[in-house]
Design a protein around this ligand. Structure first.
Ligand SMILES: Cc1cc2nc3c(=O)[nH]c(=O)nc-3n(C[C@H](O)[C@H](O)[C@H](O)COP(=O)(O)O)c2cc1C
Length: 189
């Protein structure tokens, strides 16, 4: 019997970049705790912004850019972790566009995000991590989700692809965060 499953959304256009590296570490930790994981790379698609058409009560988004597939995966998951690179002190645009549409579909239909466990992770060269975490927490907290903490905020430093692996404290922090996501999902099932 499965202990639950977690969807990890990687917001970077760099498929082998630092955000992907950090999320691979999270997925490894979650799997070590007996959970199943799937990672979606947002860099493989272009995400449109919400057009406020109001048609999402049907349980899917009216825009046809592939996000509905991700929405379905989110609906089926017990946990939802979003990793983003920091761009000018905020999350990458495609990430906020995706989360606004996922959140609106949930809110306008069956509130499928309610009580899913997860949280954001911000990856950057030097600064803007905490503003980015605060920005993404707005998505989690308005959608009735449960966000565990860690031993520090979920921030990792790195610029050139692979550099994040050298941020020992950042990697330790996100591993503990992933352990706490797994801990809560197992308790809640
Ligand atoms: C448009 C743009 C804006 C950026 N803004 C910031 C920033 O505000 N702070 C920072 O520390 N790094 C900034 N960076 C650097 C990236 O956050 C950093 O390279 C990070 O490792 C990218 O993650 P990735 O490898 O997953 O794509 C920026 C990069 C780009 C392309």
């Amino acid at each position: 019997m499965t202990n639950g499953n977690v969807l990890l959304l990687c917001g970077s256009p760099r498929l082998e970049g630092n955000t992907a590296l950090v999320l691979r570490e999270c997925a490894k930790t979650l799997e070590g705790e007996g959970l199943e994981t799937e990672t979606v790379l947002l860099g493989q698609t272009r995400i449109l912004s919400c057009t406020a058409c109001g048609l999402c009560s049907a349980g899917e988004c009216a825009l046809d850019d592939g996000l509905n597939e991700i929405i379905e995966k989110t609906r089926e998951a017990d946990g939802f972790i979003v990793g983003t690179p920091v761009y000018f002190g905020t999350a990458r645009g495609d990430v906020t566009a995706a989360l606004q549409r996922i959140g609106m579909v949930s809110m306008a239909s069956d509130s499928f995000l309610s009580r899913k466990v997860g949280g954001p992770i911000a990856v950057a060269r030097r600064g803007g991590h905490t503003t980015t975490l605060q920005e993404l927490l707005m998505f989690y907290l308005i959608n009735d989700m449960i966000v565990p903490g860690s031993t520090y905020w979920n921030i990792v430093f790195g610029h050139a692809p692979g550099e994040a692996a050298g941020d020992e404290e950042g990697m330790r922090t996100v591993r503990r965060f992933a352990e706490n996501v797994a801990f809560l999902i197992k308790k809640l099932r």
